[in-house]
Design a protein around this ligand. Structure first.
Ligand code: DP6
Length: 357
């Protein structure tokens, strides 16, 4: 499929409301560096989460006058920043949904993860909104297949935020072209769960909240700095190879291989932040303390746990479900003291957006 296949050109009149939830996701091989329009420099593979979700309702009515046609309410209150962000997003996608231009639009959105947890919400929020938009198109396109629905939802989410493309299916997803996976491509994400061992299908991700504050440098700025980073080309090559290696690891259930790639990817993107110009550090002292506790615990207990990081200070602790009780003890005895207000989120892998009736 190419970009043109996603253009919906029918001029339709809509009056109604749809509501979807969509989850966040955590990358194992990271997307870090992009071309225009969220075309990734390398393929990435992620686990879709289950508990950290955004719920969004989208209501459309034929446009009543020439005033601005968009209202955005976040957690019960008008949110001008989100309204502006959504208006910019709609400008980029109105050729795929021309009905955006001639309808009054009201969006109500909320996250179920704590407000200031430092958890990125762009992936879940863009995926939920995109599912709502494609749902409206589907009402007027009875021939639309489920397969097309999800390709388009991922394609549109990607335009909003690259990693959001991976929140539209699950639990194991690739986005970006790789020789390892036949249908993988840069435009939308593809579910690779049927090529993945059962052990990864009930994996846990406990998100340790190290610092709930807003980060100083956004992911979007971080991607931009990769264009001048002296190590960027090597990074893209390593990421491509990690995707190829991870394929066999995911298939066979090789937890040691998984741990090695997950941790090296996390540290590598943070090392790219250290070597950017200007350089910056998103890890906090407690991020490093938690990381060293995790690796110490692994070498003593021989249990297959590991960490990953996204573009922030929080630590994602990943482990299979059959050791959950032991890891709960470890978290409570050794890790929560490094978390902000003892906060952590017990998440696990999930299968993507759901419609709310
Ligand atoms: C470190 O998807 O947030 O989490 O496309 O500019 O919106 P934009 O960036 P974004 O970048 C995510 C970066 C990451 C790695 C990942 O999720 O793959």
């Amino acid at each position: 499929m190419n970009e043109k296949d996603f253009i919906f050109s029918k001029d339709i009149k809509l009056d109604g409301i749809v509501k979807w939830t969509a989850p966040s996701n955590i990358a194992i091989v990271k997307y870090w560096g992009k071309l225009e329009n969220q075309i990734p420099q390398n393929p990435s593979i992620s686990l879709t989460l289950n508990e950290s979700i955004t719920t969004t309702s989208l209501s459309l009515k034929p446009k009543s006058n020439n005033n601005s046609n968009l209202k955005f309410e976040f957690e019960g209150e008008t949110n001008i920043a989100f309204e502006d962000k959504t208006r910019a997003f709609f400008k980029k996608i109105d050729k795929y949904f021309p009905f955006i231009l001639n309808h009054d639009i009201e969006i109500k959105s909320k996250n179920n993860f704590p407000h200031s947890s430092g958890i990125a919400s762009s992936a879940s929020s863009m995926a939920a909104l995109s599912a709502c938009l494609v749902d409206f198109e589907k009402m007027n396109n009875s021939e639309m297949s489920d397969d097309f629905f999800w390709k388009k939802a991922s394609f549109i989410s990607r335009i909003g935020s690259g990693s959001a493309s991976r929140s539209t299916c699950g639990p194991v997803v690739i986005w970006g072209e790789s020789e390892a996976y036949e249908n993988s491509n840069d435009l939308y994400a593809v579910n690779i769960s049927n090529q993945t061992h059962e052990i990864f299908k009930d994996f846990n991700d406990t998100i340790l909240i190290i610092d709930p504050g807003q980060k100083k440098i956004s992911s979007t700025e971080g991607h931009k700095l990769m264009n001048k980073n002296p190590f960027s080309n090597q990074r893209y090559d390593i990421a491509r190879k990690n995707v190829i290696d991870l394929k066999n690891i995911l298939k066979s259930g090789d937890l040691d291989g998984f741990i090695s790639i997950a941790e090296s990817e996390a540290l590598m993107i943070h090392s790219l932040m250290l070597t950017s110009n200007p350089s910056y550090i998103l890890m906090k002292p407690n991020t490093l303390k938690v990381i060293s506790k995790i690796t110490e615990y692994r070498s003593e207990s021989k249990l297959p746990i590991c960490f990953t990081l996204d573009a922030g200070s929080n630590v994602h602790l990943l482990y299979p479900n059959n050791i959950k009780d032991k890891i709960s003890d470890f978290i409570n005895n050794e890790l929560i003291k490094y978390c902000s207000s003892n906060k952590y989120i017990e998440d696990k892998v999930g299968s993507g957006p759901e419609k709310i009736n």
